[in-house]
Design a protein around this ligand. Structure first.
Ligand code: NIG
Ligand code: FE
Length: 408
């Protein structure tokens, strides 16, 4: 048994509901708190001195100075395996160039595909691990990572193998997702429907056989895949026993409805979701994932997070870290900015980057500091947890624990 503390405040997030609106009065704050754990699993969270008296045999990991403790964060949507850089896309966008002009001048997703195809597994592994470490240093211990810059059998498998290999070098939990349906690659001879069939017949069986991913994603959008072909693709992927997630309603509305209809675990983006579809999504068990980093990267509006929560939906917040639309890779900054524009309570933001985003990955064993949960938590040097969001990411995490072990 190990006892870690005392923390000035522990924000447990215990007993908060999975869906809907939250107010800060619902937050449980344990002052002078301690965390008792065994084999990486939390046994008790309460007053540090009481725990010390009750469990005198526990090894004490003493915390010096003022620290507040929160459940570690889950980033449930990233694209951090990629080659190259799209700084020029960003500059061109800000200079007023259109999506088409940027693509024609060698930018866009296709440019990341070429750089990723040209990179070796070793090179991709190195940069991916660097990005994972950047996320860990922010307090993120669970990271979803998508393929989608390979777009053929060889390169999609290469990306997913990089994620599998990266898992052997990090204590963070990595959740891989196959996003071969990101875009029809320019060198594919055939229609987009034929490309989707190619994924179903040539890529997904190999992903299954090598146990590279249990989740399948698709980008449903005018510039990517159309609603009806996407629906068929998702239903077939589901028949193959993949869990579904969708890039939905980023620029045009309608696809979040498909996500709900096929029983997707999450529908991500939703910047363009119309009111009737918010209602439809919020009534379902499909998690709505806001990606403020993409709004900031593209200068587009934010996901209607307030409306989703008011309609009793399940709202998670993720970074979407990728070289194109969301190059920042700082979840706390983005979630805090989303809170300002969408009027989210601190409790709603913290839930959105902890147990609600873990739920989006089907992980219900983390994201709250209570008995039976994984002892993943993050500490900040301050006497008031509100400072974490107030400082918009500039208050850096002091320490990060995974399974009760300090790894940062
Ligand atoms: O989530 N919307 C599609 N895919 C990514 C962007 C990928 C890219 O631009 O490289 C996203 O925003
Ligand atoms: Fe994305």
């Amino acid at each position: 048994m190990k006892l870690i503390g005392p923390f000035q405040q522990i924000i447990t997030l215990a007993n908060l509901p999975l869906r809907g609106k939250l107010v800060d009065e619902q937050l449980e704050i344990i002052k002078n708190g301690g965390i008792l754990l065994e084999n990486g699993i939390i046994q008790k969270v309460q007053d540090f001195n009481d725990l010390k008296a009750e469990f005198p045999e526990a090894d004490i990991d003493k915390i010096e100075g003022e620290q507040v403790c929160l459940p570690a964060f889950t980033d449930c949507h990233t694209h951090i395996v990629f080659g190259g850089n799209r700084a020029n896309d960003f500059a061109m966008r800000n200079a007023g160039k259109t999506y088409l002009e940027i693509a024609e001048s060698g930018g866009g997703i296709w440019s990341s595909v070429q750089h990723t195809r040209n990179a070796s597994e070793q090179e991709l592994l190195k940069t991916t691990l660097e990005r994972i470490n950047t996320l860990i240093s922010q307090g993120i211990t669970t990271v979803e990572i998508k393929s989608g810059y390979g777009l053929d059998v060889e390169n999609e498998l290469k990306m997913l193998r990089v994620i599998k290999k990266a898992q052997t070098f990090t204590k963070a939990t990595l959740v891989p997702t196959c996003l071969s349906a990101h875009l029809k690659p320019r060198d594919f001879e055939g229609t987009s429907e034929e490309y989707l069939n190619y994924i179903l017949e040539e890529i997904l069986p190999k992903v299954k056989a090598e146990k590279l991913a249990e989740r399948v994603d698709i980008f449903i959008e005018k510039s990517a895949f159309l609603p009806e072909e996407s629906r068929n693709f998702l239903l077939r992927a589901k028949e193959m026993d993949f869990e579904i997630t969708v890039h939905a309603d980023q620029f045009t509305s309608g696809s979040s409805r498909i996500a709900v209809e096929v029983g997707a675990r999450s529908a991500d983006h939703l910047e363009a979701t119309v009111d009737a579809d918010i209602e439809f999504l919020a009534k379902s068990d499909t998690v709505a994932v806001a990606l403020p980093g993409a709004s900031l990267g593209l200068g587009e509006k934010f996901t209607p997070a307030r409306k989703i929560l008011d309609a009793n939906g399940i709202l998670a917040i993720a970074s979407d870290w990728n070289p194109g639309s969301a190059p920042m890779g700082n979840l706390v900054t983005q979630a805090s900015i989303l809170a300002t524009f969408e009027k989210l309570s601190t409790a709603e933001v913290l839930a959105g980057i902890t147990f609600r985003s873990a739920f989006a990955l089907n992980l219900e064993d983390r994201g709250r500091l209570e008995k039976g949960k994984k002892a993943d938590f993050v500490t900040f040097k301050t006497d008031n947890f509100q400072n974490v969001l107030y400082q918009q990411g500039s208050l850096r995490a002091s320490h990060v624990y995974i399974g009760g072990e300090k790894i940062h």
